[in-house]
Design a protein around this ligand. Structure first.
Ligand code: ADP
Ligand code: ARG
Length: 479
């Protein structure tokens, strides 16, 4: 439990929406400051001078944080949906120990430096979700749209008994698709990626290299490790790295991601980064991306249960290797850097062509349809990349937290079913439109031909048969 400023309740002064009534005598003073409509830095400067925020004339929040807090307050005004600002409680922070204050400020740095963040929050230590619970609980509730006051994440990999057939995409008339399910995992014994230094990263990679050598003895998951760390015995050069990225086995250059950079997650790139790829190329482990480990299975097929069950098995093998103990919290499940991945850490996706939903060349319409279905749309190179020229999108259920692993697969199957129906609806509309256009064209040409000098009934007949042959062509194309 976080110690609080005396007389101040939870959410006493969220940085964005001050709840003055719980601030005792400070409330009216803050109300006056708000009425003055001061610029963000002056407002926070004045608030931090108030008695509620000081002890023996000294501010309870170390001065080194003041500039960042002013910037955070400004973000709350310019980007009210940025959760680093929306969920931040200044009075709550004042009640924390200096060590926890430092940790809290590290967690919100990405949101401060990237006002357009949806979340803007990254955990930095495996214990952050517990040690900074009031703040993180607000973030989790808001981001994952949790209704009740309390929540507890439970893991469950159970699938319905008929999942092999029930979650077969061929029953939706879909061809074999590239299916991928990944889980994010972090080791208990290291700071989370945002708080690691180069030494930590190299040390963790060395420990994992030993673990991968053990994994290579397993028949099903045998493979090899590729390291980006200069001097590592499994070092791969730039060209080999690029090929791994192009083949979807390896992650992109993180130093190009502003959110990860501000969080410290991209620091020391490419030290300590790499990936293990099984010989059959169906099993991959990322090292040193947003989480210490991203463990995944990926192959083409139609049965979602196949890829899910293989991942479950792989995870069992990986976590049985000595020294690999994952960070876990009883309340929130598997600990991940980003609160969006917390709980299951699972993203289950397929690459699917959606030609009608993407007919304008963008993912805008697909996103609009997918959002209410609980699905996310990404590009073919992953997050923040464009969709394929042929309309291929990466579709996955958005939920990861307070949902079971098994339910994620159900959500993917059900979502794809609905999406397929949307595509069919648009196709039918397009067909009707094409037909109407053709009918109009043929009647227009009938009229103009009828009144032209050289017109006769035979030529009308020949026009009609041309229209029919066009229809035949279209049917052939659809086949
Ligand atoms: P994550 O899934 O770990 O959040 P990204 O969305 O950035 O990360 O995707 C990482 C890589 O995985 C990218 O190369 C992306 O194309 C690839 N990927 C994701 N889903 C699939 C899939 N179903 N089939 C093939 N590659 C995929
Ligand atoms: N930090 C970014 C934001 O808040 C990305 C969050 C989700 N993506 C992720 N890879 N964790 O908008």
């Amino acid at each position: 439990e976080i110690p609080r400023v005396t007389g101040v309740q939870t959410c006493a002064l969220p940085i964005s929406t001050p709840h003055f009534t719980t601030m005792g005598s400070a409330a009216s003073v803050i109300a006056e400051l708000v009425a003055k409509d001061l610029p963000a830095d002056e407002f926070i400067g004045e608030v931090l001078k108030l008695e509620a925020f000081t002890v023996d004339g000294k501010c309870k929040i170390d001065e080194k944080h003041h500039d960042k807090l002013k910037a955070l307050y400004a973000v709350s005004k310019s980007n009210p949906t940025n959760l680093s600002a929306k969920c931040f409680d200044l009075a709550e922070m004042a009640g924390l120990t200096p060590e926890l204050q430092d940790r809290l400020m590290m967690c919100v740095n990405s949101g401060i430096e990237n006002p357009d963040s949806g979340l803007g929050v990254y955990a930095m230590q495996p214990g952050d979700y517990d040690d900074l619970k009031p703040f993180f609980d607000r973030v989790l509730k808001d981001y994952h749209k949790i209704e009740g006051e309390t929540f507890k994440h439970e893991s469950d990999w159970t699938l319905p008994e008929d999942a092999d057939t029930a979650y077969d995409l061929s029953t939706l008339g879909l061809p074999e698709l590239s299916m991928r399910i990944r889980v994010g995992r972090n080791l208990k014994s290291f700071p989370l990626p945002g708080a690691m230094n180069a030494e930590n990263r190299a040390e963790m990679e060395n420990q994992l290299t030993v673990a991968f050598e053990k994994l290579a003895e397993n028949e099903e998951f045998a493979g090899s490790y590729n390291s980006l760390t200069p001097g590592h015995k499994n070092f791969v050069d730039e060209a080999a790295y690029q090929k791994l990225v192009d083949d979807h086995f390896m992650f992109k250059d993180m130093s190009a991601d502003g959110y990860l950079k501000s969080a410290g997650i991209a620091s020391d790139w490419p030290t300590g980064r790499g990936c293990y790829v099984s010989n059959d190329k169906k099993f991959v482990v990322w090292v040193g991306e947003e989480d210490h480990l991203r463990i995944m299975c990926m192959f083409k097929g139609t049965k979602l249960a196949d890829v899910f069950k293989k991942l479950e098995k792989a995870l069992g093998v990986v976590s049985s290797i000595e020294g690999l103990e994952f960070a876990f919290s009883d309340n929130v499940g598997n600990v991940t850097s980003c609160p969006s991945n917390l709980g299951t850490g699972m993203r289950a996706s397929v690459h699917i062509q959606l030609p009608n939903l993407t007919s304008d060349g963008s993912d805008a319409k697909a996103k609009e349809i997918c959002k209410p279905l609980g699905l996310s749309v990404r590009g073919i190179g992953g997050e923040h990349t464009p969709i394929g020229k042929d309309g291929t999108c990466d579709i996955s259920p958005s939920a990861r937290f307070c949902i079971t692993e098994g339910q994620i697969v159900t959500a993917l199957y059900n979502g794809l079913k609905l999406l397929k129906e949307e595509e069919a609806k648009l196709q039918a509309m397009q067909d009707a439109e094409d037909l109407a256009k053709e009918d109009k064209n043929s009647s227009d040409s009938f009229v103009s031909e009828k009144f032209s000098d050289s017109e006769d009934d035979d030529s009308f007949m020949s026009k009609s048969s041309k229209t029919a042959s066009k229809d035949d062509d279209r049917e052939k194309e659809e086949d």
